[in-house]
Design a protein around this ligand. Structure first.
Ligand code: RIB
Length: 311
């Protein structure tokens, strides 16, 4: 049996992570507890997640030519990922994220995308076979929209499932949404995309219903809405399923959504039924919050299976 194939179009960042008792207020200088440098970027995290779960992964991304790029390259090269289309742009800095993690594991992030925003449709053209041959194309919103649109066109012409993780939150052109097979927002992103606040599962159902009517109707046509401690909703043309969150010891929530998306893509590329794939992804997200750092927290299959066995 061949391995599932996942193509990821997205960002690669270096994460500068500060741990602190609380966020400073305006004008305040606070002494923090710890500092770490990790790799991250929603694109690379999701690619690493899928690769650690056994998918054949191609990452299509752009980094700079600076010391942060060296850090990223060494980690990207150590994952089992096809890096042929991770290009260098000497005229831009590597993407950087400043991340503050508080004792409850919640994070606040500012991303300066740098080279990520220089990923062009031409960069997609050279990688088009990888998208056409993939079972799943996975995208986020830390790279240019027109580049994502081009990748989606190639995927749709080749029956590759399109999963969009619409993070960070922003509104999207209707013609892009209408090509997406699975939309995977969190509550904030679902709120921005649907124009209605999402704080309860009931709000989530209303937002998911509205969004499901805007995505492609010819394939899986699902909105998978993660609600943090309130679980995850899966809304399709025929079903509306609510799974509870899985209780684990929370260390750092950074990258949990990426673990979820990478696992969802892998499970669907393996031809698992949608709900089974969401159950697997939900456990991957839970596994990720138990480890500090974004890329370091992308789980292997054994950890997900252990969580599913003991929950
Ligand atoms: O989703 C977490 C990621 O968001 C971090 O790794 C950071 O780089 C930002 O892209």
């Amino acid at each position: 049996m061949r391995n599932p194939k996942v193509a990821v179009v997205g960002s690669a960042n270096v994460d500068l992570v500060l741990r602190t008792e609380r966020m400073p207020i305006k004008g305040e200088t606070l002494i923090g507890d710890a500092f770490d440098i990790f790799t991250g970027g929603k694109g690379f995290n999701q690619a690493a997640a899928a690769a650690r779960l056994g998918a054949d992964v191609t990452l299509i991304a752009k980094i700079g030519d600076d010391p942060f790029a060296d850090i990223l390259r060494s980690v990207i090269d150590s994952e089992n990922i096809n890096t042929e289309f991770v290009k260098t742009d000497a005229d831009a800095g590597t993407g950087v994220a400043a991340i503050v993690v508080e004792p409850d594991g919640e994070n606040s992030i500012i991303v300066v995308p740098g080279a990520n925003m220089r990923l062009t449709p031409a960069d997609i053209d050279v990688a088009q076979n990888s998208i056409a041959e993939a079972d799943v194309l996975l995208l986020q919103l830390e790279t240019p929209i027109n580049t994502s649109e081009h990748a989606i066109e190639i995927a749709k012409a080749n029956e590759t499932i399109v999963i969009l993780d619409p993070a960070p939150a922003r509104s999207l052109p209707a013609n892009l949404l209408s090509q997406v097979d699975i939309l995977k927002p969190n509550e904030v992103e679902a709120g921005v995309l649907s124009g209605r606040a999402v704080s309860t599962p009931e709000d989530g159902v209303a937002a998911a219903k509205a969004l499901q009517s805007q995505i492609a109707s010819d394939g899986l046509s699902a909105v998978v809405l993660t609600l943090g401690q309130q679980g995850v909703l899966t809304y399709t043309q025929t079903q509306n399923t609510h799974l509870p969150a899985i209780a684990v010891d929370v260390v750092d929530t950074t990258g949990a959504g990426d673990a979820f998306s990478g696992a969802l893509a892998t499970a669907l590329a393996e031809d698992k039924p949608l709900i089974e794939a969401v159950i697997f992804a939900n456990a991957a997200g839970a596994a990720a919050v138990t480890t500090l750092g974004a890329t370091p927290s992308m789980p292997k299959r054994e950890k997900i299976e252990e969580i599913l066995t003991h929950k």
